[in-house]
Design a protein around this ligand. Structure first.
Ligand SMILES: C[S@@+](CC[C@H](N)C(=O)[O-])C[C@H]1O[C@@H](n2cnc3c(N)ncnc32)[C@H](O)[C@@H]1O
Length: 231
């Protein structure tokens, strides 16, 4: 039995995904209505959020303090599979929120024989809740959630990184990739969830930058990008 299948972790993830649905559903429906009414795609909707973030990042995410904004169960299982396939021992996560994605990744670390996940989260209330969820999952010993702006808290990740999940502020995908990039080992996986920033997409899809990258079909429309460090 793998860690995701244990009663504690499976039960907790089920509870958290339900809580996320309850907290976020009205927000997501509103976003879908806005996208449909505008006649533009998700990429254009994301462009507005990118612009809002550039005028003030903290107020935008303070507004989401009680929202999970989490990965789907399907994407979570994909995260687990990626971390297992790459035999990841050192993982970095930009955007921990309440810790749902973190639980999938930390479960993979446990099943890989151990390791470390360094997470980052701007909102103090979310950091506290994520830590509580990781304790409840029995995975807290594998995870360090750093509170504050990832551009500062992830400046020192203490060694080579096998897998990077980028799931934070839309406008910081490229800055965070450039911050962690020098630590990514050849073959490391970078997963961009909601990687809507055209500059980020162009950067990872240009082999001259040392990556091989393509859009992912999982949760289509959510801007998921799958990237491998090729050198
Ligand atoms: C989409 S949510 C992350 C969801 C999480 N990965 C999951 O699946 O459960 C994005 C999170 O990034 C956080 N965030 C935004 N800007 C940040 C920054 N500069 N540093 C750290 N965290 C940030 C937000 O507060 C928010 O909780």
């Amino acid at each position: 039995m793998n860690t995701l299948e244990t009663e504690i972790v499976a039960g907790l993830l089920d509870t958290l995904h339900r809580a996320a649905h309850e907290a976020d559903n009205a927000h997501f429906e509103q976003v879908m209505t806005e996208i449909e009414a505008s006649g533009a795609g998700a990429q254009q909707w994301a462009a507005k959020l990118l612009a809002d973030e550039k005028t003030g990042l903290r107020p935008v995410y303070q507004g989401y303090a009680d929202h999970f904004l989490s990965v789907s169960p399907e994407y979570g299982q994909f995260l687990y599979a990626m971390a297992r396939a790459s035999k990841a021992a050192r993982i970095v996560e930009f955007g921990t929120s309440m810790g749902i994605s973190t639980i999938y990744l930390a479960a993979a670390l446990r099943d890989n024989g151990g390791g470390t996940l360094i997470g980052s989260e701007l909102e103090p209330g979310k950091v506290a809740r994520a830590r509580g969820h990781l304790e409840a999952a029995g995975l807290a010993d594998l995870v360090e959630v750093r509170e504050g702006d990832a551009r500062e808290t992830l400046a020192d990740v203490g060694g080579a990184v096998d897998l990077l999940l980028i799931d934070g502020a839309f406008s910081l995908y490229l800055p965070v990739l450039k911050l962690i990039g020098p630590h990514l080992r050849p073959g490391a996986i970078v997963l961009g969830e909601n990687a809507f920033d055209p500059e980020y997409q162009a950067y990872v899809r240009d082999p001259a930058n040392g990556y091989f990258s393509q859009a992912l079909a999982i949760d289509e429309g959510r801007g998921n990008e799958f990237t491998v460090r090729i050198r």
